[in-house]
Design a protein around this ligand. Structure first.
Ligand code: ARG
Length: 263
């Protein structure tokens, strides 16, 4: 082979590999340059104890969903690459191909099933109300008529609040914002997922607010994937099943909720 030809070949190889390296980030659940398989996970990391960071946002993503999705990815032979996105931006981010899976306490429901495919359910939740501790007239969902209610944008809480007659619904970016609005007296109540309400009160030691007993809806969380990505759904379900069988799921559950599942 002539020297010139050799040079040309080397140049081609270089150009092609550079092209692939550039595309890597956009590919679906494929490998990074060193052959490691990466699962791009979208989360809204303001939903403790499911997904959150330290107050200053410096820590690694932590929470039940984070441990579980890392374990699922590992089981599948992938590494989870976690990206923090607004909750209402998660499905669009997946539709535009920026993430492969959503692990964000996302409730499985018919509306979303038209846009995404869900894994098997991995957690049972429901909605509850938080009100100022001295509030006497809001005892349950029926008392929210005409009240000012804070919810996180794009959530099932928002959908439920919007059904309440005469309610003034404030849709905010994060659950932390909804609690802040309540504490500031700008709303009468917050609707949010039960474990998130409870964790907030316990973690911050808040004595100025209380969580009401009534639970509206029973919701199940699932990992969401792009519609039609049956191969990934199958892999995730297989991994979930293995983790449930080998006790890893129970371990993660106990770490975050202090009890065994179903207790
Ligand atoms: N379970 C509710 C829903 O699916 C709320 C989820 C909010 N998750 C979050 N990471 N902020 O609408």
């Amino acid at each position: 082979m002539s020297k010139k030809l050799l040079m040309l070949c080397a140049l081609c190889v270089f150009a092609v590999s550079a092209l692939f390296a550039g595309c890597g980030g956009q590919e679906q659940a494929k490998g990074s340059e060193d052959g490691e398989k990466v699962l791009r996970v979208g989360v809204n990391a303001d939903f403790a104890p499911f997904e959150f960071q330290d107050e200053n946002g410096s820590s690694e993503y932590q929470g039940f969903d984070m441990d579980l999705i890392r374990a699922v990815a590992k089981e599948m032979g992938y590494t989870a690459d976690i990206q923090n996105i607004n909750f209402d931006g998660l499905i669009p981010a997946m539709e535009s191909g920026n993430i492969d899976i959503i692990a964000s306490g996302m409730t499985i429901n018919d509306t979303r099933k038209q846009q995404v495919d869900f894994s098997d359910p991995y957690y049972t939740s429901g909605l509850t109300i938080v009100v100022p501790v001295d509030n006497q007239d809001i005892k349950g969902f029926a008392d929210l008529k005409g009240k000012r209610i804070a919810v996180q944008i794009g959530t099932t809480s928002m959908a439920e609040a919007q059904k309440i007659e005469g309610a003034e619904v404030k849709a905010l970016n994060s659950s932390a914002d909804t609690f802040m609005e309540l504490k500031a007296g700008n709303v009468d109540a917050v609707i949010n997922d039960l474990p998130v309400n409870d964790y907030f009160i316990k973690k911050t030691g808040a004595t100025d607010v209380k969580r009401l007993e009534e639970r509206l809806t029973s919701e199940e969380y699932g990992f969401a994937m792009k519609k039609g990505n049956t191969e990934l759904v199958q892999k995730v379900n297989d991994a979930l099943k293995t983790l449930k069988e080998n006790g890893e799921y129970d371990k993660i559950y106990e770490k975050w909720f202090g009890t065994k599942p179903g207790k």
